[in-house]
Design a protein around this ligand. Sequence first.
Ligand SMILES: Cc1cc2nc3c(=O)[nH]c(=O)nc-3n(C[C@H](O)[C@H](O)[C@H](O)COP(=O)(O)OP(=O)(O)OC[C@H]3O[C@@H](n4cnc5c(N)ncnc54)[C@H](O)[C@@H]3O)c2cc1C
Ligand code: FES
Length: 275
Amino acid sequence: MKTSLCHNIVIVDSKPLARGQHFLSLKAPELAAAARPGQFIHIRLPGEGMDPFLRRPLSIAAAFPAQGTILLFFRLTGRGTAALARLQKGQLLHCLGPLGKGYSWPSAKQKPLLVAGGIGVAPLWFLKQALQRKKIPFYFFWGASSVDHFFYLHDFNSKKELLVLATDDGSVGYHGPITKPVELFLQNKQGDVKIYACGPVPMLKSLQRIALHYGASLEISLEERMACGIGACLGCAVRVKAADDHQSSCHYSRVCADGPVFKGEEVILSDEPGS
Ligand SMILES: Cc1cc2nc3c(=O)[nH]c(=O)nc-3n(C[C@H](O)[C@H](O)[C@H](O)COP(=O)(O)OP(=O)(O)OC[C@H]3O[C@@H](n4cnc5c(N)ncnc54)[C@H](O)[C@@H]3O)c2cc1C
Ligand code: FES
């Protein structure tokens, strides 16, 4: 039976997560059962009448089918995310989901290497959960501006899972961009690695270069601004390379429906948000 895309979801828990970030647990049994890592929901914000008009896309950060709940991790960016963070337990929201195409599963030979930039950790957290459930070892690289942006670091099995942190201010882990330890790691790594990433565009661009250089497979999740969220308005289009692999020859793909996860080598990343 096909799952409906429209859901009324109830807030089970709402709390601050780390500096400028928030956690929501939502009762959403159909979503919890159907969602795959890398997919997102498009939430109608609480408000008067049609304002705010546009829904906001947020990645599903974990799903618990037995409890019928999903988790969201989000940064307080503007008025929509601020309004979501003010909601109380028991309040009802409406959303569409699960939307988009998520990450693909690694092959038996590939070792997963997850790279998160800041709150880009959200979709990778769901992938981490799926890998942990299947007892598949992985490497997790997470960069942020400062130590107080990290959360739930105890949620890693230190014997089986390598966790590497980096901060812009050097307050914990490597002092500098997370892509540097990723590159150092790949220099000394034997065997097939599949990189999964989500974060700021400069980080994704570096990973495109690194993956190409070290022959690693790469999947990136993009966070374009969205309007409809279901592939109808073309508001979230990004440039992707045409099949002949020539940069001047490209076409557009919709992040909401064709992504948000794309093969690293196919997307032409721009530094301008929304372009
Ligand atoms: C598929 C997808 C999944 C996402 N998952 C998460 C997630 O799990 N956690 C999370 O914290 N965020 C996530 N985002 C980003 C999130 O949707 C935006 O931060 C949110 O919509 C901002 O809403 P707002 O009303 O708080 O801010 P607004 O008031 O709408 O915007 C505030 C400022 O942020 C800028 N801005 C807002 N959204 C974006 C964007 N997508 N790209 C670039 N600039 C933007 C605006 O231009 C403006 O300057 C995701 C985005 C997409 C497309
Ligand atoms: S937001 Fe409308 S097509 Fe993607």
